[in-house]
Design a protein around this ligand. Structure first.
Ligand SMILES: [Zn+2]
Length: 269
């Protein structure tokens, strides 16, 4: 069967980026077994031929009605699929779905009938909010970065912007490249509506949110942008932990040095 990516370099490039990031998640140790999810809005790369492609799955209910997604197409990681496999074979470990006109259901259109992640409702709800707010963001990523999850086990770090300030102060680039900081979502059952609602709320103020004792959820212009923000935060967490392992509390950049960064780089905070 011909792949949907054939003859469509822009769509193929988008899926290549997803595969590349999936490889990084695995290599970083952030994606054990089938851990983590990636959902990308690929509607901008959809042509008339794709719009008439027949469904290759039954009609599936999303579980929520999202009118903002009318006419949208998404690449979604498959349920139970591994990031390390997706890195090599993205169209065998994920699929492209079409949101149907009732905005409450979808079908798979390519390449194989790989069922999307069980986290699809929460990912699509975030995408619907992005569209509604006119955001140019197209990607959502959930993964389990070791150092950030480790830091989420300490109660004092979970106050608003406590971790943001520590992580920003470890190395100037973190403030520059994750300028909104790190939101915090208290521990909630994975896959629950409560987790989705709390995540949605935090994503109004942050691009990356930390799920206590679980992982992170990030949004970005594309999948690489979402990954980069998680990566810079993780780098800072590693520096903090390395300093602690050497037996001292790292000094961190001063408030004055951080304010200087905000001014020099025209940062939002
Ligand atoms: Zn998870």
């Amino acid at each position: 069967m011909k792949s949907i990516l054939e003859g469509r370099p822009a769509l193929a490039a988008e899926v290549e980026k997803i595969a590349e990031v999936a490889g990084y998640l695995w290599q970083n140790g952030w994606a054990e077994r089938n851990g983590g999810n990636i959902t990308v809005n690929v509607t901008a790369h959809v042509d008339d031929e794709i719009r008439t492609m027949p469904a290759i799955s039954e009609v599936k209910q999303i579980g929520v009605t999202l009118p903002q997604l009318k006419g949208c197409y998404f690449y979604c990681k498959g349920t139970g699929k591994r990031m390390r496999d997706l890195a090599r074979r993205p169209m065998d470990n994920g699929s492209v779905i079409r949101i149907l006109d009732d905005c409450a259901s979808y079908v798979i259109i390519a390449d194989n009938a790989v069922m999307p992640t069980s986290e699809l409702p929460s990912h699509l709800t975030v995408h619907a909010n992005l569209i509604e707010s006119g955001s140019p963001y197209t990607a959502t990523v959930h993964t389990h970065p070791i150092e950030l999850v480790a830091m989420s086990h300490k109660r004092e770090f979970l106050g608003k912007d406590v971790l943001t300030k520590i992580l920003w102060s470890m190395i100037p680039e973190t403030k520059a490249f994750c300028p909104l900081g790190l939101g915090i979502v208290p521990y909630t059952l994975p896959g629950s509506n409560e987790l989705a609602d709390a995540t949605l709320k935090e994503l109004q103020d942050y691009d990356v949110v930390l799920w206590e004792k679980h992982g992170v959820f990030a949004k970005g212009l594309d999948v690489m942008d979402a990954f980069d923000q998680i990566d810079v935060l993780s780098k800072s967490a590693k520096i903090y932990i390395n300093a602690k392992c050497m037996g001292y509390e790292p000094e961190g950049m001063s408030d004055g040095q951080m304010a200087e960064m905000t001014k020099a780089f025209n940062l939002p905070r």
